[in-house]
Design a protein around this ligand. Structure first.
Ligand code: ZN
Length: 656
């Protein structure tokens, strides 16, 4: 496979014709007007493509951007084939740029945002992304890292320092196209008296890398919460000194890189709901000074991970304290990780539970024993950190999914979107078809029916992303005559062989099911899920070297479900689902034929069935209708829903 990379870079200093802009970073609600430029602010763009998936990384030298503004960028880019979850805009958090959040107006109660500037910014970023996409060339990934502890202080937990300095390189025929470097210190070396624009140390270092090595150089503010430069607010001279020291460290490790293996781009995108506990923030949102939607004291944001082979890029919508997730990141042995603070949102500090030192309702800056403990006033609340942590942990969990249907179309129709989503997020998917579907055809011989359905199912399940397809070849629509003990034993064997974390199949809780294959499948699969963990059932498997296995979760579907407690947003995967079903031409032809007979038997004229409409169009219309209605229930475009069975009450007993 190939990885392609395109780049672009543009100045985002406020143009003169936008009028007054205010300097963001220090003096909330009493910020000075911007006068002059110390060093220009840049937006830098990397577009990556594996030929199928493209992803955008945009680094902006700004204090922060809220999700509502970034959504406007995403809206514009979606018209150019960039899905919502594939766009990442992250701020370097310089304390010497224009107010792009609203907190740095000239007086109390007035937002510091200049709307003309924001339109300029939106246009510039979109233009740069589209330009970068035109420059795609094949690249190889290289990675190098070191520690630089002497330059940072942690005022909260002294001794707990994260000095990771990481550099990712994109090389095309040995030429550096782009680099992405990461360090965890708040860019706050400029002073409170400063009125000039500056990218602070990240801007200086990026420019030095570009001048020395070529390409463009993006900065990712790592796990910066509570970590400040030792020259905090000491001014430009110290800032240059600080940048020199970082650059010289980068120079010392720059060529000492290792090549990273690549794989298709995998994106895990999670929406998170964060409780807005901080009354100051509530007020700012209510007044519209922070221009961002929120409902019922809850802010919706997102946490994501992009994986390309041996590389993981973690996007966090605020500034996490290092201790919040450093242990999760450090546990990863197969990948190199880079964390991005203030990516796709800027919600303030995310503080670990055990470092939350103010009582929840006391929101005051304070100095206690000489240690600053006031980060809580710039955090949305104590719960948010926990949600961010558990979401990031989930982003690193890779599952084996065993999906089991009676017939060719059971999995594609009831769970096709969910299975595609799971496989596209890097989970391994194994699809099982219990019967041979010999009768699921019209006007063919039994042998031809079996052959065609096998071939088409193979294609359909591969389209869902299945790594393996298993046909159990029981004669169709007569599972009730099969030896139940033997059938269940075969399923137990599959559980023990593939060790699924998640099983997707039929639910016994469905009603009015007139297909006995579905009922038998539901019964046998669900029983097999727990019998596989008993050491006295089907002991012959142990002679083959298999071991007992307990299944973690089950997503169960039914024709007329009575228990629905879980939905999966399949909006991004609806076309994959339709495509997979359309591979099953023989089954679908029979399905539409049967429905036409049913309609006629009821003296109904159904245009979609009677007229000469291609089955592929029938499938598209019906799938969008049915799963659009399910989506509407949950406030998304398309969804599938399940009876999810997991550890149940054991979860309440479990600890983080
Ligand atoms: Zn079926």
């Amino acid at each position: 496979m190939k990885l392609l990379c395109g780049t672009a870079k543009g100045i985002i200093n406020p143009p003169e014709d936008v009028g007054d802009t205010y300097l963001a970073g220090y003096l909330t609600m009493m910020a000075p007007k911007i006068k002059g430029v110390h060093d220009s602010l840049y937006a830098r763009v990397i577009v990556l493509s594996d030929g199928k998936t493209k992803v955008v990384l945009v680094s902006v030298e700004l204090i922060g951007l809220l999700a509502d503004f970034i959504d406007k960028i995403k809206d514009r880019l979606s018209a150019h084939g960039f899905p919502y979850k594939n766009v990442y805009v992250f701020s370097t958090h310089t304390h010497a740029g224009p107010d792009t959040m609203g907190l740095w107006g000239p007086i109390i109660g007035k937002s510091g945002i200049n709307k003309k500037y924001m339109y300029f910014l939106l246009d510039t970023i979109v233009r740069l992304v589209l330009g970068a996409e035109k420059e795609l060339v094949e690249v190889e990934l290289y990675f190098t890292k070191s520690e630089l502890l002497d330059l940072i202080e942690n005022y909260r937990a002294r001794g707990s320092l994260n000095g990771n300095l990481k550099v990712l390189k994109f090389l095309s025929n040995d030429k550096l196209i782009a680099s992405l470097w990461s360090y965890s210190a708040q860019p706050e070396i400029t002073t409170r008296e400063n009125t000039s624009l500056s990218g602070d140390y990240p801007g200086l270092v990026s420019t030095m890398i570009e001048q020395e090595y070529g390409g463009i150089s993006l900065f990712a503010l790592g796990l910066c919460g509570a970590q400040s430069p030792i020259y905090c607010e000491e001014g430009y001279e110290k800032m240059e000194d600080f940048a020199d020291q970082i650059f010289s460290k980068i120079t010392s490790i720059f060529q000492d890189h290792k090549k990273l293996n690549i794989s298709p781009i995998e994106i895990r995108f999670r929406k998170v709901k964060l409780k807005l506990e901080n009354p100051d923030f509530q007020l700012l949102y209510t007044l519209g000074i922070l221009d961002r939607e929120y409902e019922h004291q809850t802010i919706e944001s997102s946490v994501s991970k992009i994986r390309i082979g041996e590389l993981d890029l973690i996007h966090i919508p605020g500034e996490p304290f290092p201790d919040l997730i450093a242990d999760i990141v450090n546990q990863q042995e197969k990948t190199e990780t880079i964390c991005f603070s203030n990516s796709n949102d800027s919600l303030g500090y995310f503080i670990p539970l055990n470092q939350w030192s103010l009582k929840p309702q006391v929101w005051i800056d304070d100095i206690e024993n000489g240690e600053f403990i006031g980060h809580e006033t710039e955090s949305i609340g104590v719960e948010a950190g926990q949600v961010i942590r558990s979401t990031i942990r989930e982003l690193f969990l890779y599952k084996t999914v065993l999906a089991i249907g009676s017939h060719a179309d059971d999995l594609t129709i009831w769970a096709g979107g969910t299975l595609t989503k799971l496989s596209s997020e890097g989970n391994s998917l194994i699809c099982v078809r219990i019967t041979d579907d010999y009768a699921d055809c019209v006007g063919l011989t039994k042998e031809k029916g079996i052959k065609r359905n096998r071939k088409e199912t193979e294609k359909a399940y591969k389209a869902l992303g299945a790594q393996q397809v298993i046909h159990m070849d029981y004669p169709t629509d007569s599972l009730y005559t099969a030896d139940y003990h033997e059938l269940r034993g075969k399923l137990v064997r599959l559980m023990r062989k593939y060790k699924p974390d998640l099983v997707v199949s039929f639910d016994l809780n469905g009603t009015d099911e007139e297909n006995m294959d579905h009922i038998t499948t539901a019964r046998a699969v669900n029983e097999a899920c727990w019998q596989s963990s008993f050491d006295l059932f089907y002991t012959e498997h142990f002679d083959e070297g298999l071991e007992i296995h307990a299944v973690g979760e089950r997503y169960l579907f039914a024709r007329n479900p009575t228990v629905l407690n879980h939905f999966v947003d399949i909006s991004e995967y609806i076309d994959n689902k339709i495509n997979a079903i359309n591979h099953q031409k023989t089954v679908m032809e029979n399905w539409f034929h049967q429905n036409k007979l049913l309609a006629r038997a009821n003296n109904l004229y159904v245009e979609l069935l009677e007229e000469d409409v291609p089955n592929a169009i029938r499938v598209t219309l019906l799938v969008k209708l049915v799963y659009g209605e399910v989506g509407e229930k949950y406030g998304v475009k398309y969804a599938e829903e399940f009876n999810k069975i997991d550890a149940g009450m054991l979860k309440d007993l479990a600890e983080d």
